[in-house]
Design a protein around this ligand. Sequence first.
Ligand SMILES: Nc1ncnc2c1ncn2[C@@H]1O[C@H](COP(=O)(O)OP(=O)(O)OP(=O)(O)O)[C@@H](O)[C@H]1O
Ligand SMILES: [Mg+2]
Length: 241
Amino acid sequence: MLLEVKDLRVKYQNIEALHGISFCVDKGEIVTLIGANGAGKTTSLHAITRVPPPEGPKVASGDILHNGISILDVDAHTIVQKHKIALAPEGRHIFGNLTVEENLTLATFARKDKDPVKADFKKVYELFPKLFERRKQRGETLSGGEQQMLSVGRALMTGSEFILLDEPSMGLSPLLMQELFRALKALNNAGMTILLIEQNAHMAFKFAHRGYVLSTGEIVAQGDVKNLMENPDVKKAYLGG
Ligand SMILES: Nc1ncnc2c1ncn2[C@@H]1O[C@H](COP(=O)(O)OP(=O)(O)OP(=O)(O)O)[C@@H](O)[C@H]1O
Ligand SMILES: [Mg+2]
């Protein structure tokens, strides 16, 4: 298994945010984790990418395994560089005063394999032609959707094999959302493993192979997206009846 989260409990100071959750992602899969505001979705991704406190949570018990080996003692930098797991964060976190191209270049600095960088630029620009058109434009002047694409593009430029996407559809028009998910599907077809966090369950279930439903720090449902879509509780709470 590429990623296994096992009975994970995490805390911020003394408040427990995840109460012992377990989920896994196999190589080549698209897995989605859905849940309402405050359910613990971002917290889960921050635990995996080892974001240190105060922004990241402290693991109280349980384990996170990458290819069967615990990564609890690994630092955030090594997660990207060695384990090739990249996060496209919520709220985008791009550099507003740098151009699209500079933002993408910055994401490659920690890479040891410099050779594929050129090919990865090509890949990102092919996936998101808008980023190519706007490659000389400053990040802060991009539209919300373009910034979202840049955030995903940056995760790709790290040379990762596994990307964690934190609500990539947030604030996108239906058309841009389609465009983004089409690009992500193409990426997955080319071998990229994806863990997708979403509040938009309709979109997530259409896109993913398997899913988990997170509610106030606990997994309350899981399975193939087809089964989840037919689950009456999931339907009622997340699919509008
Ligand atoms: N750095 C932090 N310090 C203290 N508490 C935090 C911190 N980050 C998150 N929390 C708390 O942990 C809980 C889970 O938050 P989290 O950000 O994981 O939710 P989420 O599912 O991503 O929600 P959203 O959909 O709104 O992004 C919330 O109660 C939140 O207030
Ligand atoms: Mg969040």
